[in-house]
Design a protein around this ligand. Structure first.
Ligand code: PEP
Ligand code: MG
Length: 312
C-alpha cells in the first residue's frame, strides 16, 4: 500500500460493490501535492492557482506561471488534475487587477467575472497551464470559479479549447448554476460543486462568520437537494459531477454525496484515507437509500441521523 493509505482502504475510490467514486485532493502548492500523493489521493480535484498570484505585485509572466504550475502537477504525472483558474476579486485583491472598491465583495466581480473584463489575463493563464501539462505529464482539466449561467460556462469552455486544453469544466457554487445544471453541463465536460460558496449563497450566510456556521453546515437538507439536482443532471448527460468543498472531507457525508450522484470527492489531503475507507464500507444502493433518507429531513442533525440509521 502507498504511504498514508489505511489498512481498510485499497487506494481505489469505490463503494463496496465497485461503483467508482474518485477520491482526490485539494492542493495549492508543491508541498500540498506531495502530501496528497502520500495520502493516496488518486489525483487532484481542485488546484487553487490563486496562491501563486497572491504574493506577486505584478501579474507573473507566462513562463513563471508555467513553472509554478508544473511544480504542483509533477507529482501527479499520469493522473487527473483539475486546475482552477484564478479565483480573485475584491475580497482576495490582486494588486495588478484593480477591480475598485465594492460594497459587497462576495457578490462582486470575483472569480470568472474578472476574466470577462480582462480576458487576456485568463488567456495567459491558460497558455501557462497548457505548458505545465506538457512539462508534467499530468492529465489536466481546467475549470472556472463563480460561474452563474450556461452562457458563461460556454464562453469559458471555448477559451479553454482555444488554448489547446482538452477538458473544460466549471464550479457549481452559485445557486443559479446549480438550478441550471443541465444547461451548464451541456456546455462543458464536467462540473465540480464548491459546497463552501454554494452554502454561503444558498443561505445568504457569510462562510467566514462563525455565528452562522449552522446555516453553512454541509448536511443542510436544502444544500443536499441542490446537490441532488446537479447529480441527476450529470447522470442524465453522462458527465462527471465532483464535490470539492469541505463537505467532501466528511467521511459520513462522502457516501451520501455518492448516493446523490456525485462521481468524485476532492478534499484536504489529510482526509483522503478516511473518506476512501468510508466509501468502501457500503454498496452504492445503501448510500442511495441513506441519501434519500437525509433529503427527507428538515435540519442537519436529522439528516446526519437519518443517513447513519439507513446505513446501520
Ligand atoms: C468552494 O467554494 O466550495 C470551493 C471549493 O472553493 P473555495 O473554497 O476556494 O472558494
Ligand atoms: Mg469557492
Amino acid at each position: 500500500a502507498e504511504r498514508g493509505v489505511r489498512a481498510d482502504w485499497n487506494g481505489v475510490g469505490a463503494t463496496a460493490d465497485g461503483h467508482e467514486v474518485k477520491v482526490v485532493a485539494n492542493v495549492g502548492s508543491p508541498a500540498d501535492a506531495q502530501t496528497a500523493v502520500d495520502a493516496g489521493a488518486q489525483g487532484v480535484g481542485l488546484f487553487r492557482t490563486e496562491f501563486s498570484y497572491l504574493a506577486a505585485d505584478d501579474e507573473p509572466d507566462v513562463p513563471t506561471q508555467r513553472a509554478a504550475y508544473a511544480d504542483v502537477l509533477r507529482p501527479f504525472a499520469g493522473r487527473p488534475v483539475v486546475v482552477r483558474t484564478l479565483d480573485a476579486g475584491a475580497d482576495k485583491p490582486l494588486s495588478f487587477l484593480d477591480m475598485g472598491v465594492e460594497p459587497n465583495p462576495a457578490l462582486g466581480v470575483r472569480g470568472v467575472r474578472v476574466a470577462f473584463d480582462r480576458p487576456e489575463v485568463l488567456d495567459r493563464q491558460l497558455e501557462a497551464i497548457a505548458g505545465a501539462e506538457a512539462d508534467s505529464g499530468a492529465e489536466v482539466s481546467v475549470m472556472a470559479p463563480m460561474v452563474a449561467t450556461a452562457a458563461e460556462a460556454a464562453w469559458f469552455a471555448e477559451r479553454v479549447r482555444a488554448a489547446g486544453l482538452r477538458r473544460a469544466g466549471v464550479m457549481i457554487e452559485v445557486p443559479a448554476a446549480a438550478l441550471s445544471a443541465r444547461e451548464v453541463l451541456d456546455a462543458v465536460d464536467f462540473v465540480s460543486i464548491g459546497t463552501n460558496d454554494l452554502a454561503q449563497y444558498v443561505f445568504a450566510a457569510d462562510r467566514m462568520a462563525g455565528a452562522l456556521a449552522t446555516l453553512n453546515d454541509p448536511w443542510q437538507p436544502a444544500l443536499l437537494r441542490l446537490i441532488a439536482q446537479v447529480g441527476r443532471a450529470g447522470a442524465e448527460l453522462g458527465k462527471p459531477v465532483g464535490v470539492c468543498g469541505e463537505a467532501a472531507a466528511d467521511p459520513a457525508l462522502g457516501g451520501v454525496l455518492a448516493g446523490l450522484g456525485v462521481t468524485s470527492l476532492s478534499m484536504v489531503p489529510a482526509a483522503v484515507p478516511a473518506v476512501g475507507a468510508a466509501l468502501a464500507a457500503h454498496p452504492i444502493d445503501a448510500f442511495r437509500r441513506a441519501a434519500e433518507a437525509a433529503l427527507a429531513t428538515a435540519d442537519p442533525a436529522a439528516a446526519r441521523e437519518a443517513a447513519r440509521a439507513a446505513l446501520a
